[in-house]
Write a protein that binds this ligand. Structure first.
Ligand code: FES
Ligand code: FES
Length: 161
């Protein structure tokens, strides 16, 4: 079947999609967006998290046919033009990226968290990222990255008012 949807603001089309194929597979293998990672393919690790109509979802659990005419935003869509976006840069600056497999999902979840709660408590952060597993960092650098992104976002909003 053919599936058409919007990915990071651009219309995309995938042909010969078989029933049951995941959105994650379509993104990575058919439409040239390999940023979302496949670490478990069972909805357990969060590394494949993308926005679907503005809500973070595990793209490995979404059938490609379900995204027909809908909007997907991936980690590639979190950039600021040609530059890294605010959340992406904070993860780099805080040293929160090691193997990087968990990073795309963490970036999307952090972006969503800061959208609804620009100054989250540590408990808020832990809860928001509880579905995103990281085997490398021990999570402290990730906490630092989210705090840094929050501070920069608030500073940016403050200076633009
Ligand atoms: S690859 Fe989707 S949750 Fe792990
Ligand atoms: S940086 Fe390797 S799994 Fe998180």
């Amino acid at each position: 079947m053919r599936v058409t949807f919007t990915a990071n603001g651009k219309p995309v089309e995938a042909d010969d999609v078989w029933e049951g194929e995941s959105l994650l597979y379509v993104l990575r293998e058919r439409v040239g967006l390999p940023g979302s990672k496949n670490a478990c393919e069972q909805g357990e690790c969060g590394s494949c998290t993308v926005y679907l109509d503005g809500t973070p979802v595990c793209s490995c659990l979404v059938a490609a046919g379900q995204v027909q005419d809908r909007e997907v935003r991936t980690v590639e869509g979190l950039t600021d033009g040609e530059e890294l976006g605010l959340v992406q840069q904070a993860f780099v600056d805080a040293g929160a990226v090691q193997c990087g497999f968990c990073t795309p999902g963490l970036l999307v979840q952090t972006d969503a968290l800061l959208d609804r709660s620009p100054q989250p408590s540590d408990t808020d952060i832990r809860e928001a990222l509880s579905g995103n597993l990281c085997r490398c960092t021990g999570y402290e650098k990730i906490m630092d990255a989210v705090r840094l992104a929050s501070a920069r976002k608030c500073q940016k909003v403050g200076t633009s008012e």
